[in-house]
Design a protein around this ligand. Structure first.
Ligand code: TA6
Length: 301
């Protein structure tokens, strides 16, 4: 396996982008610049932290997350690919294999205004071929500056067409689930959990007082997480996605999640740009085609 020293020699940027051995021995990249700080694990290509200068952390991580091969990291921005949610074959992992694989470093670059662009890549492996027998190239691109961009591009590099679903399963750090609301989903239809009944959100704002697991369909607009206690608004824009998933497990479900503290549900909400619903928005790629699912996250007044 590649060493920290090799990665830093090849891709590191002095005092701004440094590879190090993180929890569980997983290799991570710490980014520290004047406009922002961030942290990315190569395992899963999973962003674990992002904060613009002088601001509170925007991304939530579970204090009980396992950092173990074969287990997903709980928190950050898990990349769900090539399927979202449970697979009909129960032997296959929920949310696909991408978050359970080591990704290769393709590039770490500094751009204008000290924005650091990190590109990680994933290609088929024996593990992926057993679960999903297609030739692909997945590229995760993180642009870390005053705003945060996360992109997951998938190219069909084989000679067979394939379909996939996925999500940028972003865990946002919030003051308290009782103190936040989400704007941007009014008038949008959604499925509750994995049910099939279609409901419509009438209120302008979505509040949380119990487990919430909604898939808003044909939802392409931006969302704003309004956090009264932290006195901030997080703007979540997206492209290449027709579904927005909003998830908070609530008190009872949180207790059943082994890698989350019982109180953990209070300080995060997931707002996920996704393509998550068979027949509605799964992405079909012919040989040579590609698709990009992307989000831009920033603080707004
Ligand atoms: O995005 C919401 C969801 O699909 C929920 O159903 C919930 O299970 C969550 O993802 C977390 O999934 P995970 O496999 O990471 O425990």
């Amino acid at each position: 396996m590649v060493t920290i020293e090799t990665l830093n020699n090849k891709f590191g940027i002095a005092n701004k982008a440094t590879f190090y051995k993180g929890k569980g021995g997983l290799i991570c990249l710490a980014v520290n610049t004047a406009p922002a700080a961030a942290d990315i694990s190569l395992y899963g290509a999973q962003l674990q932290s992002y904060a613009p200068a002088g601001q509170k952390e925007m991304i939530w991580m579970s204090a009980k997350s396992l950092f173990e091969e074969g287990k997903a990291i709980r928190g950050g921005v898990p990349l769900c690919f090539p399927w979202f949610g449970p697979h009909p074959d129960k032997a296959k992992p929920q949310h696909g294999f991408a978050r359970l694989q080591y990704w290769d470093v393709l590039k770490v670059e500094e751009r204008a205004e000290e924005t650091i662009v990190v590109q990680l890549g994933l290609k088929p492996s024996t593990v992926s071929m057993e679960m999903w027998p297609f030739q692909f190239e997945a590229t995760a691109t993180f642009s870390i500056g005053k705003t945060l961009d996360v992109k997951l591009s998938v190219a069909n590099t084989g000679n067979q067409a394939f379909e996939y679903s996925g999500a940028l399963h972003t865990y946002f750090n919030i003051s308290n689930i009782d103190s936040i609301a989400i704007e941007g989903l009014q008038g949008t239809t959604y499925y509750d959990g994995f049910g099939t009944e279609v409901k419509t959100q009438n209120p302008q704002l979505l509040y949380f007082n119990t487990e919430t697991n909604r898939r808003y369909i044909n939802s392409t607009g931006d969302c704003i997480i309004i956090d009264k206690e932290y006195n901030r608004k997080i703007h979540v824009a997206k492209t290449g996605s027709k579904v927005t998933v909003v998830w908070n497990p609530g008190e009872d479900v949180a207790k059943t999640i082994g890698d989350m503290q019982p109180e953990g549900y209070k300080t995060f909400v997931c707002v996920e740009p996704a393509n998550a619903y068979t027949g509605i928005d799964t992405i079909a790629l012919n040989p040579g085609q590609s698709h990009t699912l992307a989000t831009t996250i920033k603080l707004v007044d």
